[in-house]
Write a protein that binds this ligand. Structure first.
Ligand code: WT7
Length: 650
C-alpha cells in the first residue's frame, strides 16, 4: 500500500517531526485497527481501562442495528466529570492548567484555570444546581457564550447526573423555546450577555423572549459583561448570589454507562431539529480515545479547538475529550477577525499553541485576507493542525499546511457528525501520509461501507453513499422522545446499517473522500442546516405562499443558502421584501440561517404529482443550467425559463 502512495503526485508524507515520539505509527495503526474489528470487546475494554470506573463493566459490545438497540459497557458505572477532573487532581495534576481562557478583546486579561480550580468551580455550580432543585435525569438547557462557565455548566450537570442540552448562543429565542419544549427542560443556565468582536449578544434577553412561549422553573444567570438584564422574581437567580454558601463538596453521581449524558439538537432533511442523545460510558471512552490518538496529545502541550461549545465539536473536543485526557485546552470567546484578521495567529503565538483545530470555512476566510497576517506572528510552537465540519478544498489545505503549519505540521481532516460523538475517519498524524481533501482512514473500530442507491455494496475504488456497518462506543443512542425517528432517519435507508447522509469516494489506497451531503441538508460554514427548516421559517411569513430552499457552492462558507419564494396572490415582490424575508429567517432560526439569495418566482417547478423538482432548482442556483436534464415530467415546463432568467448567482 505504501508503494502506491509514493507513486501518487498529490500526497504529503508524514513529516519526520510527527513520527518522533508518536503514540501510533503506521504499523501500530494497522495492528490496532485489525484488533479493534477482530476483537472489539478486548480492544475497547483496554481503552476503557484508562478511565476510572465506579463499577467496571463486564460487558463491552452489546448492540444491534436491526432492530436498533445500541449499548456499550452496559453494566459499568462511572462519572464523566470525575474522569475529566477528580481523576487528574487525585493523580497530583491539580496544578496543571485545564483551561486557558482568551477573552473577546485582546486587552482583557486572559485566565488560566488549573484542574484543581476547575473542579472547585464545577462543584460550586453543581451544588448550586442542586439548590435550585435539579435532580439526576432532569434536562438542563445551557445557553452560554464561550467562557469557562459554559464548560463548568456542562460538567456540573454531568457531575450530578443531569442531562445537558446546550443551545448555540447564535440561535434565536424561537429556537431556544423549541428545544426547551422538546426535551421538557425545567432549568436554564445562561449568561447576561456574550461578546463577539466587541458586539454584545443579549443572551438573557433571548431567554426572556423564549420564556414568553414556554415556561421553566428556574433560570441561573452568570454575570459576564455586567450589562443590564431583567430578572424575573422567583424564577431567575444570579449565579454569584445564589451560589453563596453552597457546600464545597459534591460527590460525583454514579452513572450507568447507558444513562444519558446530553442531548444536542441537529438538523436533518425533514422536520424540526432532532435531539440526538449521547450516553455516558461509550461517549466517555470514544472522546478520550479519539482525542488521544487523532491529536497525538503529549503532556504539557497547549491544544486549541476554535469551535463553540454549542456544537458537538465543542462538547467532544473542547470539554470532554481534552479534559478526560488531562490536556490544557484553550477556550476563545471571540471571532477570527477582531480586532483584526490576525487574531487566531496572535492567540497561537501568545499562548504558544501546539495543536490547532478549526474549520475549513475559517481557513478560507483568513486565507483571503492575505499571508501578511500570518507572517506577523511566531507560529513555531504549532506541531499539529486539524480541520472539521466540511470537506476542505486542496487549495485551502495547502495554504494551511504551508503558511500556518510551516510545512511540517501534519493536518488531520476529521470526518464525523453530531451523531457519531467523535472522530470517525481521519489520518493519524504519526501514521498516515496525507492527501489534501481526503479525510483518510477509519478510526479504530469504524467500519465504513459505500453502497449505491439500492443498497448494493460497492467494493474497491468507488463512490457511493457512506454507511457504517458496526456500532462504535461514541454512537448516538436515540432521538430524545422519538426512538422511531432515530430508526427511520439513520437505519431505514439501508437496513442494518447506519447511514450517514454523506456521499463519499474511496480511492485505490482506501482513503476516504467525503463529497458532501446527499440528502436535503446543507453545510453552511461547517454548520448543518436543514433546507426544510428554512422553508418552514419562510412560509410562516404572512406574504409567502410557498418556498423551496437549496444549497449552492460558496467560496467562503462552503455552501450558501438559496431560497425560491412564491408570494401570495396579489403581492408584488421587490428588494425591500427580499430584505425583510432575510431578516425574518434570521430571527426565526438565527443568523447562521441567513439566506444568501431570495429569488421570487410565480411558481415552483413541480411534477404532475406535485413533487418539487429540487434537482432543477439546485442546478439553477449553481448557475449551471445548461444541463437541466429531463424536464418533461414538469407540470409547467415554461416556469423554468423564468427561473433561469431571474437567477441570482451569476
Ligand atoms: C456533517 C456533520 C463533526 C462536527 C462538526 C459538524 C460534514 C464534518 C467533515 C470533514 C467533510 C465533513 C459531513 C457530516 N463534515 N466533518 N472532515 N470532511 N465533511 O457536525 O453538524 O453534525 O455535521 O458535516 O457532511 O455529515 P454536524
Amino acid at each position: 500500500m505504501q508503494e502506491t502512495i509514493e507513486r501518487q503526485g498529490d500526497i504529503v508524507p508524514v513529516p519526520a517531526s510527527a513520527k518522533e515520539g508518536t503514540s501510533c505509527t503506521l504499523e501500530q495503526y494497522n495492528e490496532m485497527y485489525a484488533r479493534s474489528v477482530d476483537d472489539p470487546d478486548g480492544f475497547w475494554m483496554e481503552q476503557a481501562e484508562r478511565l476510572d470506573w465506579i463499577e467496571k463493566p463486564t460487558k463491552v459490545t452489546d448492540w444491534s442495528f436491526d432492530p436498533v438497540n445500541i449499548k456499550w459497557f452496559t453494566d459499568g458505572k462511572l462519572n464523566i466529570c470525575a474522569n475529566a477532573l477528580d481523576r487528574h487532581v487525585a493523580a497530583g495534576k491539580g496544578d496543571t492548567v485545564a483551561l486557558i481562557f482568551e477573552p473577546d478583546s485582546p486587552d482583557t486579561p486572559d485566565r488560566k484555570i488549573t484542574y484543581a480550580a476547575l473542579l472547585a468551580d464545577v462543584i460550586k455550580m453543581a451544588n448550586t444546581l442542586k439548590k435550585m432543585g435539579v435532580k439526576k435525569g432532569d434536562r438542563v438547557t445551557i445557553y452560554m457564550p464561550m467562557i469557562p462557565e459554559g464548560a463548568v455548566a456542562m460538567l456540573a450537570c454531568a457531575r450530578i447526573g443531569a442531562v445537558h442540552s446546550v443551545v448555540f448562543g447564535g440561535f434565536s429565542p424561537d429556537a431556544i423555546a423549541g428545544r426547551i419544549e422538546d426535551c421538557k427542560s425545567d432549568y436554564v443556565i445562561c449568561a447576561d450577555e456574550g461578546l463577539r468582536g466587541s458586539k454584545r449578544v443579549p443572551l438573557k434577553g433571548n431567554v426572556d423572549e423564549a420564556l414568553k412561549k414556554v415556561s421553566v422553573k428556574s433560570v441561573l444567570v452568570v454575570q459576564h459583561t455586567g450589562g443590564n438584564v431583567n430578572m424575573t422574581e422567583g424564577r431567575d437567580h444570579w449565579y454569584h448570589e445564589y451560589s453563596e454558601g453552597v457546600d464545597t463538596e459534591c460527590a460525583p453521581e454514579a452513572m450507568n454507562a447507558e444513562d444519558p449524558l446530553f442531548i444536542l439538537y441537529t438538523s436533518g432533511s425533514t422536520g424540526s431539529p432532532k435531539g440526538v442523545v449521547h450516553t455516558t460510558g461509550g461517549y466517555a471512552v470514544w472522546t478520550e480515545t479519539t482525542f488521544r490518538y487523532t491529536f497525538d496529545y503529549r503532556p504539557g502541550e497547549v491544544y486549541w479547538c476554535t469551535a463553540d461549545i454549542g456544537w458537538v465539536t465543542g462538547h467532544s473536543y473542547i470539554v470532554y475529550g481534552p479534559l478526560q485526557a488531562g490536556a490544557t485546552a484553550l477556550m476563545f470567546e471571540g471571532v477570527p477577525n477582531y480586532p483584526d484578521h490576525d487574531r487566531f495567529w496572535a492567540v497561537c503565538d501568545k499562548h504558544k499553541v501546539n495543536i490547532f483545530y478549526t474549520a475549513p470555512t475559517a481557513i478560507r476566510a483568513l486565507m483571503r485576507e492575505g499571508d501578511a497576517h500570518v507572517k506577523k506572528h511566531d507560529l513555531s510552537s504549532l506541531r499539529l493542525l486539524g480541520t472539521v465540519g466540511e470537506p476542505i478544498n486542496p487549495e485551502a489545505w495547502r495554504w494551511y499546511y504551508e503558511h500556518v503549519g510551516h510545512n511540517n505540521c501534519p493536518i488531520v481532516d476529521t470526518w464525523w457528525q453530531t451523531e457519531t460523538g467523535g472522530h470517525m475517519i481521519t489520518t493519524l498524524p504519526g501514521a498516515h501520509a496525507m492527501k489534501p481533501g481526503s479525510a483518510g482512514k477509519p478510526f479504530f473500530g469504524v467500519c465504513p461501507q459505500l453502497v449505491d442507491n439500492d443498497g448494493a455494496v460497492l467494493e474497491g475504488a468507488t463512490e457511493g453513499n457512506l454507511c457504517i456497518t458496526r456500532s462504535w462506543p461514541g454512537q448516538a443512542r436515540t432521538v430524545y422522545g422519538d426512538h422511531d425517528r432515530f430508526v427511520q432517519t439513520y437505519f431505514a435507508n439501508y437496513r442494518g446499517k447506519y447511514f450517514t447522509g454523506d456521499g463519499c469516494r474511496r480511492d485505490e489506497d482506501d482513503y476516504y473522500w467525503i463529497t458532501g451531503r446527499v440528502d436535503d441538508v446543507i453545510n453552511v460554514s461547517g454548520h448543518r442546516m436543514g433546507t426544510a427548516e428554512v422553508e418552514s421559517a419562510l412560509v410562516l411569513h404572512e406574504l409567502v405562499a410557498e418556498s423551496a430552499v437549496v444549497g449552492f457552492p460558496h467560496d467562503i462558507k462552503g455552501q450558501g443558502i438559496y431560497c425560491y419564494v412564491t408570494l401570495n396572490a396579489g403581492v408584488e415582490p421587490d428588494d425591500e421584501l427580499a430584505k425583510a424575508l432575510r431578516n425574518w429567517v434570521r430571527t426565526e432560526i438565527g443568523p447562521i440561517a441567513s439566506p444568501d439569495h431570495i429569488q421570487f418566482t410565480p411558481g415552483l417547478p413541480k411534477t404532475r404529482s406535485g413533487k418539487i423538482m429540487r434537482r432543477i432548482l439546485r442546478k439553477i442556483a449553481e448557475n449551471d443550467f445548461g444541463s437541466l436534464g429531463d424536464t418533461s415530467t414538469l407540470a409547467d415546463p415554461s416556469l423554468v425559463d423564468g427561473l433561469i432568467e431571474g437567477r441570482l448567482n451569476r
